[in-house]
Design a protein around this ligand. Structure first.
Ligand code: SF4
Ligand code: SF4
Length: 433
């Protein structure tokens, strides 16, 4: 079942009195409203692959402290963690939180490859040292014979290897000054691997922010948001605390994330002390920020492209800010924009799901690609780096919205002081000096 991240499970742990309130199975009305939104039910139309059955299993683990069967465990583990069920549930079952607690309760132990992957994404120095080797491997021509040899499959690395793109070797600069009159300063969250593998999105975000008058800081001490750890039953507490300390030390108006998967994790950090509150107060999705602070006098050049908008689950079901993408894209004259008809259904990427459950993930991607093909769009936009990599693995064109916007910036751009003073706030809870 598992490729790359093989896992085994111990018996459930005891729940302590200090843990947060967890709805029990009785609070799930078994109404079934969540069933059709569940991607695994789409693949396997049986009750065991529905959210309501998983809620029952989670209740056994967390509330009743009962052992679960191997089958229940398998069906629970098939969950993509898209949280579509949470969005439609009339009982407001906190599915994501419950799932994470159940994973922690099951004391998931990861295989050696998964542990190695966790250590790598936690340690940016190791990642930096690994990238030149990876670049040489991709350029050397070794890829084809190695794939044919079957060694990658034996090492459970085939699915991860298939997603590899050419890594950027040079680190981003620490600071990028505004290209027009400075309105303020923001920090960019780049997390762990995006700086190497998402090097189209990050420069585009910086270029746009500079063009609307913001200096951009990219603190090199920042690290992984911990989402992959949490979704695989590992503690993300140390990573969370480290990031809070790094960003809170900066004199910035906002901390911006470009990947909705990281943004969802960052926005749900359960640290309620002053440091945690300050961090969340300044946190904002790049799309929300650009929309909020887009200067009236900034006109983009026209484009005749047809764009299909993919709404990542982390954006729809956690951040719930997908409308900002459509509003931003309207700033490109002539652009034709359509929403994917099945946006409420996960594309299969699911954080590390594409690696832990490659078969299920591949089937979900194939369904999504049929919908994409039906739009005849020139390009798909997605606000989540993971979905973008996964959906473009077969050669399809998937970009972050900021890439499209940055390409349409006029070559020369100025803003007036009068506009700076008239800027208002509605979306992000950020105080501009
Ligand atoms: S929608 Fe909510 S209450 Fe209804 S069956 Fe699903 S989890 Fe239970
Ligand atoms: S999180 Fe997604 S995959 Fe998991 S039960 Fe809910 S809808 Fe299904």
């Amino acid at each position: 079942m598992f490729d790359f991240m093989d896992m085994s499970f111990d018996e459930p742990g005891e729940q302590t009195a200090s843990e947060p309130y967890i709805p029990d199975a009785g609070e799930c009305m078994r109404c079934g409203m969540c069933v059709s939104s569940c991607p695994t039910f789409r693949l396997f139309p049986i009750d065991e692959e529905t959210p309501r059955r998983r809620i029952r299993t989670i209740s056994k683990i967390l509330v009743e402290n009962l052992p679960i069967s191997a089958d229940e465990r398998r069906h629970l583990d098939n969950c993509v963690q898209c949280r579509a069920c949470e969005s439609v549930c009339p009982s407001r079952m906190a599915y994501g939180q419950l799932f994470d607690q159940a994973q922690a309760g099951l004391k998931v132990t990861s295989g050696w490859l998964a542990r190695l992957a966790f250590r790598l994404i936690e340690n940016k120095d190791w990642l930096r040292r690994l990238m030149p080797l990876l670049a040489v491997y991709l350029k050397s021509g070794l890829q084809k014979p190695l794939r044919r040899s079957g060694l990658l499959k034996k090492l459970h690395l085939a699915d991860a290897e298939a997603l590899l793109g050419k890594p950027a070797l040079q680190a981003l600069a620490v600071s990028y000054p505004a290209s027009v009159t400075t309105r303020g300063r923001v920090a960019l969250f780049t997390g762990c691997i995006a700086e190497h593998f998402d090097r189209e999105t990050l420069p585009a975000a910086i270029k746009l922010l500079n063009a609307i008058g913001y200096e951009v800081l990219v603190p090199p001490q920042q690290g992984c948001c911990g989402a992959i750890h949490q979704h695989n039953g590992q503690s993300a507490a140390g990573l969370i605390d480290d990031n809070i300390a790094v960003f809170n030390a900066l004199d910035v108006d906002a901390v911006l994330h470009t990947a909705t998967g990281c943004g969802a994790m960052l926005s749900e950090y359960q640290n309620d002390d002053d440091a945690g509150q300050l961090f969340r107060q300044r946190l904002c999705d790049i799309n929300d920020f650009l929309l909020e602070f887009w200067p009236d006098d900034l006109q983009l050049t026209a484009s005749e492209l047809k764009v299909a908008v993919h709404e990542p689950c982390s954006q729809r079901n956690v951040l719930k800010n997908q409308q900002a993408v459509y509003a931003l894209l309207q700033k490109i004259p002539g652009l034709s924009v359509v929403a994917l008809a099945d946006n409420p259904i996960c594309c299969g990427a699911g954080g590390s799901y594409m690696l832990t459950h490659p078969d299920n993930a591949g089937q979900l991607r194939a369904l999504k690609q049929q919908i994409i093909a039906a739009t005849s769009a020139d390009v798909v936009v997605s606000g989540n780096f993971g979905c973008g990599i996964f959906l473009s693995a077969d050669g399809g064109r998937v970009e972050h919205p900021v890439q499209l916007l940055a390409r349409q910036l006029p070559s020369c751009r100025t803003i007036s002081k009068a506009f700076i003073l008239s800027t208002s706030l509605t979306g992000c809870s950020i105080a501009v000096p």
